[in-house]
Structures are given as structure tokens and as C-alpha cells.
Design a protein around this ligand. Structure first.
Ligand code: FIX
Ligand code: ZN
Length: 448
């Protein structure tokens, strides 16, 4: 094998050289982002971008209510620009933006040449008012070093369905995913919606209804060409059980995945609406039972599964489950564990127990420019997590070459995603000069 043929002079024997190789590989790899909530510009208002959307991100909204007296009702009644002004004043001007989400906004602004210490948003608003959206998309993807983004597409969302039905142009860098939450998590409401669209379904998810859901998924898969099907699940997700969810999974979803040869992504552990007043910012976390994921993998060996778990306490179990089932690929550090300290410990465990056979990160970006910070921050942390495993190898007398380090990183950020999603095209790496290296972010001068 090529890796074994490394010439002695190419083998990196010192710690500093290894650290440099890891940092450079992480800086230059082009990322396949397997889970976002982004849309192309052709989907108009569904595509979120710019300073107001950045500041009204639900992660920051949750933080705002800890720093200010305003009631959620009063906040959500305000126009978006005033919401953004308030978030800026409370979290960035009157406070030090320490949290991961707040620091992320600073990374974005600095990367775009804007002042992260501005007293108000006028400079940023002017910048976003002047950019050409299509050029801006290219700039953002280049700064983030992202080659592809996978969307979250819900055909039961009437607004979104209209864009698909009118064959809106979809930028080829954006890949579709058929999201199943309404079907698998809110069947008691969703069956009526399907019924209104002409499908012969019922509240019990009878065999006839399950067939009709299969027909619905077939029809929308034809339109979306999804890279995978996906669902986020509560902590009490149990498989199998005597519920519409199990009947729909077994009678429709898993068959459609097989027919399309795409994985099913399971995102487990979210408690929706813990504080309903906060809207999207009001969801919480709970411990899940990873053995349900194991049973799916065991009973459906011909299917492929992607999985991520929200609770810190479930991370180790998911890794062990993946050691048992080759059809299970852990991906990303999701939402409340998408912070440097937790990414580092989860990713280290994954390297130690799975080698390079997982997808270390996804961005979950909802606003285009978040790609810049989410990937800049993740690249740094994944470098910190990868280095100890490679150092361990050096100490064991196996000296990696630069090409081998690059190969591992390429596999993690492109290969595992493309392999799991059955895409084989390889992307050229970024030139180190143009990517958002941490040094570049911190050294850049603010505009003006
Ligand atoms: O279910 C999901 O895809 C979650 O990522 C979202 O619901 C959540 O609101 C989010 O944006 C987390 O990052
Ligand atoms: Zn998400």
C-alpha cells in the first residue's frame, strides 16, 4: 500500500514538524459540509444571509435573554433589524462576546474586513447592502474552504415545496436532503397534511397509510434527488416500538433509502420546546438510548446510517456502537456539543476508537456567513484533536509523511462524506493563502 512505501527522508520525526503538518493539512483541506440549514439564493427569503440574520441566530437569541430584561414576546414582535441591534448592543457592545456563537460573529466580521468592535451595525449593514449576492456566495465558500453544502429540505413546508415545484435553480454546490421530522415525529398532525395533498393516510399509520408515505417519499425523492434522508429524534426514541414511527420507518423510510442507495441520518437527543416561548432557541437536550441505533443497524444491515447524538453523555456509546456496525458512520458534533472543548474531547475519542472512519464535523449553519466561523473554529479544534493520535504513532516508531497526514485529513473532511453519500468526485485542496486560517482571521485589519 502507498502509505507503507514512505521514503525515510519524507517521514516526519519531530513534534514541531508533525504539528505543522497537521495544522497545514487542516488549513488547506476543502470541506464537504454534510449538514446545514442553508438554501441557495434562488430560494429567496429561505436563504438567510447578512448581519441581521447572523445576529438573530437562535444560539445568540438564547444568550440575549440571559443578558437583558426583554420578554421573548416583546423581542419576537420587533422587526428583525431592531432585534439584531439589541443583540449587538447587549452581547457585543455592553459585554465581551465570549461564547462560541458570539465569538463566531467576530470571526465572520473580521474575515470580511469589518470591525468586530463597532459600536453599531451601520458599517456591516452598508457592506451587506452593497455586495452582489452571487459573488458573495463564492467569497463565503472560499473563505470557509467549503466545496459542498448539504441542505435540510422539508417538502411538507408549503413555502419550500413551492420552490421545488417551480423547478427553481439549485446551485450544484448545494445538495438536497429529505427531512422526515414531520413524518416520523409529528405523525398525529402530519397525516392530515398528507391527506389534504391526496394521500390515503390515517392517524394510526395503517399498512395502507405506510404504503402511501412510501409513495410520497418516492415522488419527492424524484424531485429533490436527496443525498440522504434525515430525522432529528427525541431522547426517548425507541426502536422498535409499537408506534407509527416504527411502522413508517420499517414500511417506508428504510425501503426508500435502500431503493435510492442513500443513508438515513439520525440526529438523536433533542427535546423540542423545553421553553416554547423562545421558539427555535427553546429546544433542549436529553440522554438517548443508543441501543435503538444499534438495533436499527443490526436489523437493517443493507442500509447505511449516519448518526449524531446531542447529549455529551451519549458520545462514547455512539462511538462504541460504530465499532460494532460498519454500516454506522458517526458525524459531527451537534449544536450543544459544537463547542471547542466538547469537539476536542469527542473527536479525540473518535480517533482513538474509530481511526479516520467518521465525519468529524458538520456546520449546522443556518446563515450563509456562519460557514466562515464554524469551519475556521472547527479546523483548529480538529487539528488539536488529531495531533495527539499522530504523535502517539511517532512515539510508537511509525513516522507519518506529509502526504499521509494530508491523506487522513482529506479522508475525514471529504472522503468519508463522499463515500457514505456514494459520491466519488474529489475536490482540489484549497491554496493555503486564501483559506480562513486562524492567523489570517486574527491578523486581518478591520475595514475603515
Ligand atoms: O434538527 C436539527 O437539524 C437541528 O440542528 C436544528 O433543529 C437546530 O435548531 C439547530 O440549528 C442546531 O444547530
Ligand atoms: Zn440541524
Amino acid at each position: 500500500m502507498l502509505f507503507r512505501e514512505a521514503k525515510p527522508e519524507d517521514q516526519i520525526r519531530d513534534e514541531a514538524g508533525l504539528r505543522r503538518a497537521v495544522d497545514e493539512a487542516l488549513k488547506s483541506v476543502r470541506v464537504f459540509d454534510v449538514h446545514t440549514h442553508l438554501f441557495p439564493f434562488s430560494f429567496e427569503r429561505l436563504c438567510k444571509w447578512g448581519i441581521d440574520d447572523l445576529l438573530t441566530y437562535h444560539y445568540l437569541v438564547a444568550e440575549l435573554f440571559r443578558s437583558c430584561e426583554i420578554s421573548p414576546k416583546a423581542f419576537f414582535e420587533m422587526p428583525e433589524s431592531r432585534q439584531a441591534d439589541l443583540v449587538w448592543r447587549k452581547l457585543f457592545v455592553e459585554s465581551v462576546p465570549l461564547s462560541e456563537a458570539a465569538a463566531g460573529v467576530c470571526t465572520v466580521l473580521t474575515s470580511l474586513g469589518l470591525d468586530p468592535r463597532a459600536k453599531d451595525l451601520s458599517e456591516a449593514r452598508e457592506y451587506f447592502a452593497e455586495v452582489d449576492p452571487h459573488e458573495h456566495l463564492d467569497v463565503v465558500l472560499e473563505l470557509a474552504g467549503v466545496s459542498d453544502v448539504v441542505m435540510t429540505n422539508d417538502p411538507l413546508d408549503d413555502q419550500e415545496a413551492l420552490y421545488w415545484q417551480s423547478d427553481s435553480f439549485v446551485d450544484p454546490r448545494f445538495h438536497a436532503v429529505l427531512r422526515l421530522d414531520p413524518i416520523l415525529c409529528q405523525w398525529d398532525q402530519t397525516w392530515r397534511k398528507l391527506d389534504a395533498r391526496g394521500y390515503k393516510v390515517d392517524a394510526e399509520a395503517s399498512p395502507k397509510a405506510v404504503d402511501e408515505v412510501h409513495r410520497f417519499l418516492d415522488s419527492w425523492s424524484g424531485r429533490l434527488q436527496p443525498r440522504y434522508l434525515a430525522v432529528s429524534l427525541p431522547p426517548d426514541f425507541a426502536y422498535p416500538d409499537d408506534s407509527p414511527r416504527t411502522r413508517l420507518l420499517e414500511g417506508a423510510v428504510l425501503h426508500v433509502c435502500r431503493e435510492l442507495d442513500v443513508p438515513l441520518a439520525l440526529m438523536v437527543g433533542v427535546r423540542r420546546g423545553v421553553n416554547p416561548e423562545l421558539g427555535l432557541a427553546g429546544d433542549g437536550v436529553g440522554w438517548a438510548d443508543v441501543s435503538s441505533i444499534e438495533r436499527l443497524c443490526e436489523r437493517w444491515p443493507e442500509n447505511r446510517f449516519l448518526a449524531t447524538v446531542l447529549a455529551l453523555e451519549n458520545q462514547h456509546q455512539l462511538i462504541v456502537a460504530a465499532r460494532k456496525f460498519a454500516n454506522l458512520t458517526p458525524f459531527g458534533c451537534w449544536w450543544f456539543v459544537n463547542n471547542p472543548s466538547t469537539i476536542e474531547s469527542i473527536t479525540r475519542m473518535r480517533f482513538e476508537m474509530l481511526g479516520p472512519t467518521f465525519i468529524p464535523q458538520h456546520s449546522d449553519a443556518r446563515v450563509l456567513e456562519q460557514l466562515i466561523y464554524k469551519w475556521a473554529h472547527s479546523r483548529r479544534v480538529v487539528a488539536d484533536a488529531l495531533y495527539p493520535s499522530l504523535r502517539q504513532l511517532q512515539l510508537a516508531g511509525w513516522f507519518p509523511t506529509r502526504a499521509e497526514v494530508d491523506g487522513v485529513v482529506e479522508r475525514l473532511f471529504q472522503g468519508c462524506a463522499r463515500g457514505t453519500l456514494c459520491l466519488d468526485q474529489i475536490q482540489a485542496p484549497l491554496s493555503v493563502e486564501v483559506r480562513p486560517a486562524k492567523s489570517q482571521v486574527s491578523e486581518q485589519q478591520p475595514k475603515g
